[in-house]
Design a protein around this ligand. Structure first.
Ligand SMILES: Cc1cc2nc3c(=O)[nH]c(=O)nc-3n(C[C@H](O)[C@H](O)[C@H](O)COP(=O)(O)O)c2cc1C
Length: 218
């Protein structure tokens, strides 16, 4: 696929169809993504893909946790500062306003998608050692972006979501991710359910004005 086309296609997919993703394709994508740059080639990342029966069980238990209002305990929130500065906070609240306004208060569409792990046929959990410098979080972000672009190039749709890593204990139960690794992020992959309202292009959020994020200094 043309690079611009791949890049422009990278949008959050909040409902996947039931079409399965080939295990070999997942492996191929992760293997290629290993080419991503990292500080001093430290390659701090690990990827754990879960599909099939194991994922079904995880989804069921995850939903039960949400129903029981089990407090969220993301690994990154205990590891890193979660004090946000004004600029991203404002952008996030604009996103909240967007959801309320454009979804005509159908926030339940978003909630339902998140609570059901986006009905994804495969989820890739991404980790770094808990003992990591900030550089490793940066490296993990690059690795995640590589995975997503490579997946899109192979006809897949992607969904990066912190809601997928809300309950690290549950994820560890099904993946055996060691305790000394932080389950930082996850990417759901599959094929978009094109008929799903939550995937409608109407709900694609815009970006802040370019001059707010860029300065050219000569
Ligand atoms: C680190 C990260 C975490 C995210 N977590 C969630 C999430 O938990 N739930 C969700 O619905 N979207 C989540 N998103 C998707 C963003 O809301 C989405 O990328 C953003 O609104 C821009 O929309 P677009 O990707 O469709 O252009 C996350 C994205 C990133 C990069």
């Amino acid at each position: 696929m043309d690079f611009e086309e791949v890049f422009n296609k990278e949008r959050a997919t909040r409902k996947f169809s039931t079409r399965k993703v080939d295990d070999e394709l997942i492996k191929e994508i992760i293997k290629k993504a290993q080419q991503s740059p990292s500080l001093l080639n430290s390659q701090p990342w690990r990827a754990y893909a879960i599909t099939g029966g194991a994922l079904l069980k995880l989804k069921r238990e995850n939903k039960a946790y949400i129903a029981r209002k089990v407090p969220v305990s993301e690994d990154f929130s205990t590891m890193l500062s979660i004090d946000w500065s004004t600029f991203p906070s404002q952008n996030m609240s604009n996103m909240g306003a967007f959801v309320t306004y454009f979804l005509h208060n159908k926030t339940e569409l978003f909630e339902n998608a998140n609570n059901n792990m986006f009905y994804a046929p495969a989820i890739i959990f991404l980790t770094i050692p808990k003992k990591s410098p900030a550089w490793s979080v940066f490296d993990l972000g690059i690795f995640a972006q590589s995975i997503m672009l490579l997946a899109i190039n192979r006809g897949l749709d992607t969904m990066p979501a912190h809601s997928l890593v809300a309950y690290p204990d549950l994820i560890r139960k099904y993946t055996n991710i060691p305790d000394d690794e932080a389950i930082g992020m996850a990417i759901a992959i599959g094929y978009a359910d094109k008929a799903a309202e939550v995937n409608s292009p109407t709900y694609i959020p815009g970006r802040v004005p370019f001059d707010k994020i860029f300065k050219l200094i000569k």
